[in-house]
Design a protein around this ligand. Structure first.
Ligand code: IPE
Ligand code: IPE
Ligand code: MG
Length: 252
């Protein structure tokens, strides 16, 4: 059975295809070390897994894909590794932009984009602008992203509105916070995948992952391809999401 058919079957049964998948792409360094290669080779191979994940989402009908590409904490890495990662990002924007146009996928960024090198920022801004009208899917890159920074940035904006009198503190609730996050219109991830086996969030989407299903695999990110993506989708399809209910009925 083709992937497409599986996805359609599942959708028909009970929306078993996640609408939004978020991935912590971890293990590039370990992949390279295992082969006696420099870490950057692992990142390069990881970029091929990014292309594969984008294609898999399209095949399954996943609308939103958020990729944790660089965290606020990652700035402590050696400058040469950071430079290499930024170069890879620029290469991706150049070489893969046509794919976004071809499939009408909108590119977005969450995180403190102002921290990124100017050339990377301009590349991102260009592609985001060129794809902003597309509605078939969204590729969201988390860059210089931190979940705590995101919440802190939201709180600062809310505080400013309260200070100016535009917002009554008594009316601040969960939706107020959600509306001030980096991509407020994007639905929360249904499925969060982490490669390389670490059982931690590493500051990823702390607010948005509240009720997401987690899938952690020992597979290293450069080895996470079609077959591994399919395994994650199958695992998700078997989950019963309860959202605090007793679970006597399936909640899709
Ligand atoms: C993930 O792979 C990529 C980034 C964090 C940018 P790592 O570079 O963290 O790989 P490991 O965890 O050292 O194997
Ligand atoms: C998480 O991976 C960040 C990204 C995948 C971009 P890390 O490798 O930075 O996370 P830790 O340090 O193992 O928690
Ligand atoms: Mg890592």
């Amino acid at each position: 059975m083709s992937k497409q058919t599986t996805a359609q079957d599942a959708e028909g049964a009970c929306a078993k295809v996640p609408r939004h998948v978020a991935i912590i792409m971890d293990g590039n360094g370990r992949w390279a070390r295992k082969r006696g290669l420099p870490r950057l080779k692992g990142h390069e191979e990881g970029a091929s897994s990014v292309r594969c994940a984008i294609q898999c989402c399209r095949n399954y009908g996943v609308e939103y894909l958020t990729l944790y590409a660089f965290s606020v904490e990652n700035w402590v890495r050696p400058p040469s590794e950071i430079r290499g990662l930024m170069q890879l990002l620029r290469r991706f924007l150049k070489e893969d932009e046509h794919e976004l146009h071809e499939h009408e996928v909108r590119l977005r960024v969450i995180g403190r984009m102002q921290d990124l090198p100017r050339l990377v920022q301009s590349g991102l801004n260009r592609v985001m602008k060129a794809t902003e009208h597309y509605t078939k899917g969204q590729l969201i890159l988390a860059l210089s992203y931190g979940g705590r920074s995101e919440i802190a940035d939201a709180v600062r904006q809310i505080a400013e509105k309260v200070k100016s009198g535009a917002l009554d503190p008594a009316r601040v609730d969960e939706s107020t916070v959600a509306e001030h996050l980096y991509a407020p219109d994007v639905p929360d991830p249904d499925l969060m995948i982490r490669t390389s086996g670490e059982m931690r969030l590493s500051n990823f989407l702390l607010w948005e992952l509240s009720y997401s299903e987690f899938y952690v695999t020992d597979v290293l990110w450069p080895d996470f391809r079609e077959e591994q993506f399919a395994a994650a989708m199958d695992a998700y399809a078997r989950r019963q999401r309860r959202f605090g209910d007793v679970g006597s009925k399936a909640v899709c």
